[in-house]
Design a protein around this ligand. Structure first.
Ligand code: UD1
Ligand code: CA
Length: 454
């Protein structure tokens, strides 16, 4: 039976004390709401409706590519009122799965079980056992264990406050029934709000079955209201991803010190040292080793390559058996073939580097095409920018670039050419020959160092 998802995301999030709307606060580099939309999508619903709040234009703008329909709730009059805004877009024969923009860790598998827990004319309700249920709606059951109603914390009696089973807010309800019950909601409660939770009591009174399903892990239903909870959710997410990586065979020096803000795919026997941040889509081959304190974004790294400490790598394709760093920086769009060495304080941008080429120290390689087996000496700079335009440097196979060379682009260094140290090369250097540009060394006879005046 088809179902629609409604994600409630209109809350203001005052406790965030931030100009950024709550559901746009980042978890692992992506807005909270985007995580929820992603999980909702994985379930294959007929539609996803997001209820957003007044002033939430920024939310729509930031998530404009998300495959959802947006429903405005101009005034926040409660979760039941928020649902009423979405219902005109949901057909009677659907079931409705209710999710929350600020509950980002809910798992696909849990929601699948919830959808299966009840028949098409029943309700299923995700509950959670909490040691400290303060603030949550309590699940009130009768002697037979059947759910009778949900009582909000602020409306609960002392006996009800002792109940540890709480409402997560996540539920699946047949649309036609939900529409009718929402129409009957009243706001004569402690918060003067239209509570979605009141439909549970209405269902029970009409004899509609409410099937409770206790969340397997309470961490899945953690809500985010302030920066403390945001950090808790982040560390829970980190724990999850680290665990998945380890179970898939990756060795982590410390699972509490890795951040994956995107996806990492990997081969066998990968080792990742502490404080590594992965962003976007990163692929690591077999036996790749990543040293401490690296930031690696949208990059592919080949088998047996080692990235030493403190490298920043953005949008590179790095071949097998390369040595990178320590302290190497890749700005976007570079490709390295097998066995390339890029050493300390070397910056590479938009370059192609052929097999076995080495650039081990203090160098800038930008907009360059470099052949195989080239040796680039310390302190070499491809001067790619003339103040207005960027130009290319070509270096042929087997060339040797002496230390401290300025290669002023556009320029070509022929295969097997040797450039003398300290040269500023402004014209093409022929292959196989020594080219240098250097003023003659002189020694000034009888020169004396100045002495300090008394
Ligand atoms: C709600 C539940 C409570 C449950 C708790 C779990 C109700 C009445 N209570 O309480 O039983 O234990 O969640 O966290 O549903 N929202 C809107 N529009 C509104 C009001 C809220 O979109 O007018 C959204 C908020 O953005 C938020 C969610 O609904 O994502 C929950 O709202 P919130 O005010 O936090 O409800 P609670 O009081 O926490
Ligand atoms: Ca809440």
């Amino acid at each position: 039976m088809s179902f629609s998802v409604v994600i409630l995301a209109a809350g203001q999030g005052k406790r965030m004390k931030s100009d950024l709307p709550k559901v746009l606060q980042p978890l692992a580099g992506r807005p909270l709401l985007q995580h929820v939309i992603g999980t909702a999508r994985s379930l294959g619903p007929a539609a996803i409706h997001v209820v957003y709040g007044h002033g939430g234009e920024l939310v729509r703008e930031r998530l404009k590519d998300a495959p959802v329909s947006w429903v405005l709730q101009a005034e926040q009059l409660g979760t039941g009122h928020a649902m009423m805004q979405a219902m005109p877009h949901v057909p009677d024969e659907h079931r409705v799965l209710v999710l929350y923009g600020d509950v980002p860790l809910i798992r696909q598998s849990t929601l699948e079980k919830l959808l299966q827990a009840a028949g098409s004319s029943d309700i299923s309700l995700l509950t959670v056992m909490l040691d400290d249920p303060t603030g949550y709606g309590r699940i009130v059951r009768d002697e037979r264990g059947d759910v009778r109603e949900i009582v909000e914390h602020k409306d609960a009696s002392p006996e009800q406050l002792a109940i540890r089973e709480c409402n997560t807010g996540v539920m699946v309800v047949p649309a036609a029934l939900l529409r009718r019950w929402l129409g009957l909601l009243r706001n004569d409660n402690a918060q003067r709000e239209y509570y979605l939770t009141d439909v549970i009591g209405m269902a029970a009174r009409e004899g509609v079955r409410v099937v409770p399903f206790v969340a397997p892990e309470p961490s899945e239903v953690l809500g985010v209201n302030d920066k403390v909870q945001l950090a808790e959710v982040e560390s829970e997410y980190r724990r999850r991803v680290a665990r998945e990586l380890m179970l898939a065979g990756v060795t982590l020096a410390d699972p509490a010190r890795i951040d994956v803000r995107g996806t990492v795919t990997h081969g066998r026997d990968v080792f990742i040292d502490v404080n590594v941040i992965f962003e976007g889509e990163v692929r690591l081959g077999d036996r790749v080793r990543i040293g401490p304190n690296c930031v690696i974004r949208d990059t592919t790294i080949g088998d047996d390559t080692e990235v030493f400490a403190n490298c920043v790598i953005d949008r590179a394709i790095i071949g097998h058996q390369c040595h990178i760093g320590p302290f190497a920086r890749f700005r976007p769009s570079s490709t390295l073939e097998r066995g390339v060495h890029i050493g300390n304080f070397v910056e590479v941008k938009n370059s192609y580097i052929g097999e076995g080429t080495k650039s081990n120290h203090l160098t800038y390689l930008g907009d360059s095409i470099i052949g195989k087996g080239v040796n680039v000496g310390a302190g070499t700079v491809t001067c790619n920018y003339d103040g207005a335009n960027k130009w290319q440097t070509h270096i042929g196979d087997g060339a040797f670039i002496g230390s401290g060379s300025m290669l002023v682009a556009p320029v070509r260094i022929g295969a097997g050419a040797t450039i003398g140290a300290g040269s500023t090369i402004t014209r093409d250097a022929p292959e196989g020959q020594l080219t240098l540009e250097r003023s003659k060394q002189i020694t000034v006879e009888g020169w004396q160092r100045p002495v300090k005046k008394k």
